[in-house]
Design a protein around this ligand. Structure first.
Ligand SMILES: Nc1ncnc2c1ncn2[C@@H]1O[C@H](COP(=O)(O)OP(=O)(O)OP(=O)(O)O)[C@@H](O)[C@H]1O
Length: 299
C-alpha cells in the first residue's frame, strides 16, 4: 500500500484466527491504520490479496459490511449529533442490533447521551465510536486505537468488553501502540514498523527468553559516564547492557542469582544507589527495542 511514492505497508502477510483477539502493534506511522483500512475496504492495495471472512473487502463490500464492525480513529460522527441519536441511527441500519440503552450504559455513555458529539471528551468520543462498531453484533470488529485518550477506568471497561466479545465468538482486530494493551488482551500480536512485519506470535512466545532474563536497574540519580560499558565488563561476555534513559538500564543475560548479585555489587563499587532492581520476563517493549533499536512508547 502506497500513498503516492510513500510506501505505507510493504509486503505484510498476516492472518487472524476466528474468535481471537489480534493486536497490530507499532509506533506512529508504522502502517497500522493503513492495514486496517485496507481490510475494511476503504483502501485498495496496489499489490497483494486481502480476504476478510473469505470476501474481497472492495468487490464484495455489500456482503461484508453487515458482518463487520469498524471503529475508526476519527470516529466518524457528525459534529452536532447527540451521542445517543448517533448510536440509535447506526443501530437502525442493522437487522439485529444490540439493545442500544444497555450498550450505552455499559460503555458509560448514559450521562452524555444528549451531548452533541463535538462537546464529548476524547474518551467519550472513543466510547461512542466503540459502541457504534459493536451495535450491529458484528462477527468481526476492527478497532483502531480503541483506548487512546481514555482514562484508566474507560480503558479497563473497554478491555473487559473486548474480552467478552471474544468469549461470544467475535473476532477482534485492534491496533495499539500501548504495549500493555497488547500484552493484556491479545492472543496474537503482530509488531509492525515502517510498514513491515517485524515479529508475530502470542505475547508469551514473543517475550519468552528461555534461560535469558531481564534485569531492570533504576537508580536514584543519573549514571556516571561510562556506566554501561563498566557494568557490561563486570557482568561478562554473554550479557547485554542497554541504557534506557539516564537513570535506567536493562541487562539481558543468564537468569540466575549471580547476575543479580553482580549488578548489586557493581552498584556498590560505583557508588550508585538502586531505586529498584527487578528480574523479570522480557516485556514486549524489550522485544521491540531488540528488533528496532528504538523504544516503542517514545518513537
Ligand atoms: N492519506 C495519506 N496520504 C499520505 N501519506 C499517508 C496517508 N495516510 C498515512 N500516510 C503515511 O503512511 C504511513 C503509515 O501511516 P498509518 O496511518 O497507517 O500509520 P499508523 O501506524 O496507523 O500510525 P498512528 O499510530 O500514528 O495512527 C505514515 O508514514 C503516514 O505518514
Amino acid at each position: 500500500m502506497a500513498y503516492g511514492d510513500k510506501t505505507a505497508v510493504d509486503g505484510l502477510t498476516l492472518s487472524v484466527a476466528e474468535g481471537s483477539i489480534t493486536a497490530v502493534l507499532g509506533p506512529n506511522g508504522a502502517g497500522k491504520t493503513t492495514t486496517l483500512e485496507t481490510c475494511e475496504g476503504y483502501r485498495k492495495p496496489q499489490q497483494g490479496t486481502v480476504r476478510v471472512l473469505g470476501l474481497d473487502p472492495i468487490a464484495d463490500r455489500k456482503q461484508l459490511l453487515p458482518r463487520i464492525g469498524v471503529m475508526l480513529q476519527g470516529q466518524g460522527a457528525w459534529s452536532g449529533v447527540r451521542a445517543m441519536e448517533m448510536l440509535k441511527h447506526i443501530s437502525r441500519l442493522h437487522a439485529h442490533p444490540l439493545d442500544v440503552d444497555e450498550l450505552a450504559e455499559r460503555l458509560g455513555l448514559g450521562e452524555c447521551g444528549r451531548t452533541p458529539y463535538r462537546r464529548l471528551s476524547g474518551g467519550q468520543q472513543q466510547r461512542l465510536g466503540l459502541a457504534m462498531a459493536l451495535v450491529g453484533r458484528p462477527e468481526l470488529v476492527f478497532v483502531d486505537e480503541p483506548t487512546a485518550g481514555m482514562d484508566p477506568q474507560g480503558r479497563r471497561t473497554t478491555w473487559e468488553l473486548l474480552r467478552e466479545l471474544r468469549a461470544d465468538g467475535v473476532t477482534v482486530v485492534l491496533t495499539t501502540h500501548y504495549l500493555e494493551e497488547a500484552e493484556e488482551l491479545a492472543d496474537q500480536v503482530h509488531i509492525i514498523d515502517r510498514g513491515r512485519m517485524i515479529a508475530s506470535g502470542s505475547p508469551l512466545e514473543l517475550t519468552r527468553g528461555g534461560a535469558t532474563a531481564t534485569v531492570r536497574l533504576v537508580v536514584t540519580k543519573p549514571f556516571p559516564p561510562g556506566a554501561r560499558e563498566s557494568l557490561r565488563k563486570a557482568l561478562g561476555e554473554d550479557t547485554e547492557v542497554t541504557l534506557l534513559d539516564e537513570r535506567s538500564m536493562r541487562v539481558t543475560g543468564r537468569a540466575d542469582p549471580t547476575t543479580l548479585a553482580k549488578v548489586s555489587r557493581w552498584c556498590e563499587e560505583n557508588d550508585v544507589l538502586p531505586e529498584s532492581l527487578t528480574l523479570g520476563r522480557r516485556s514486549l517493549e524489550d522485544v521491540f527495542l531488540d528488533l528496532t533499536g528504538e523504544k516503542l512508547e517514545h518513537v
